[in-house]
Design a protein around this ligand. Sequence first.
Ligand code: SF4
Length: 456
Amino acid sequence: MNEGGSIADSSLVSVDEPPLCPPSVVAAPSVDANYSRSDLSFRSRLDAEKSGRWSEWKWQIRNRLRSVGALLECFPELRMSAEINEVVARYPMAITPYYASLIQRLDDLDPVFRMSIPQIQELRDPPFLKADPLEEDQDMPVPGLIHRYRDRALVMATTTCAMYCRHCTRKRVAGTRESTLSVPRIRLIHEYLTAHPEIKDVIISGGDPFTMETSALERILEAVRSVPSVELIRIGTRTPVVLPMRITPELTAMLRKYHPIWVNTHFNHPQELTPEASNACTALVDAGIPMGNQSVLLRGVNDDPEVMAQLCRGLLRMRVKPYYLFQCDLVRGVEHFRTPLAKGLEIMEYLRGRVSGLAIPTFVVDTPHGGGKVPLLPNYIVSMSPTHTVLRNYEGMMVQYPEPRYRHETEHAPIACAETPEGVWQIASGRQTAIIPMGGERAVRRARKSRVVSLK
Ligand code: SF4
């Protein structure tokens, strides 16, 4: 993106400070028994906390692990092949000390490790993966603004993130050069929005807009809010997950001035639901900002129905609505994260009936060639006839839903089919109201209740 100022080249960066090792990490099996990793990291965190700096967001940004050397200095027991330097050269690495502190074991069985530590597989692309599969660059009428859906536009406010997710859809830009939108480009974006009053909803994204100085972000919000036709501003940020100390009173006070503002964040695993993350979400919600969560379905991270159920329940407890569950895009460098579409459907099937409907996200595929999001659902319609629709519930119960009467009267009467003892057709034709599997938890509960009633 551009000629504007950046976190990296601003006064936020101090070259004097050595990289900081994160706090206690459960040792990987290969750890040298004489080496006490958790002592070292615990001391480091204590030092940072003593000086009050651990909770400073700019200190966290300055002390991100940005190179293989810094990573090995903090995790000396980590075994990495020399090729990792190639990975980092192609796809930048940055991990805040806070996020590194959430790693519980040093291998890719750990979800936080897997999402943040570069892997050799990022260089092993099948030929059909693209740098920009959603063709965002082709829907960019002015630099830094994507206009795909008629009533929405997305502003790429910065290319900087606090942590570079290894599964990022915008790997082609995120972190390649840490920069933010310049004033002339903000002006161009303002002109475009003014000339397109059909755009009602503007998403400020990146990169991560909350890595910007509050005043720099405010310049963008001011410009967008001054367009009379813009109704809603949404901000996409992963800072509540990877840099929760960024949600300061100064930031929320600034955001309040530009309501209605919504924030969508990006939690992927219950291990990320920490007290710090919860405080960050609370601060945003208490500032009147509704929050949604956009998870990405990732192999080895959250491709497990129960993990996803725990995540969604935990998000609701933090007053964050699980909004989307994204199928991994066909992006270069992420093949090792992709799951079959069937996995997403299996998870959706599991969630329905087990967690509150409020906790269930919409499973979507962002289609290649910029086709936009397509929601996918398990099929709950078993059959449809002019008179009855047969629905299946999460337990496998099949039940009829009679169509409105006026439709019966204009259709032919159902063909009589004598001697059909049971089956979906019996419900579809109105001869039977439901097929209920016996022995399910609910059926047993009901049977127990009716026994109690008949005993009275
Ligand atoms: S925070 Fe968002 S834009 Fe940044 S690396 Fe992660 S997924 Fe990509």
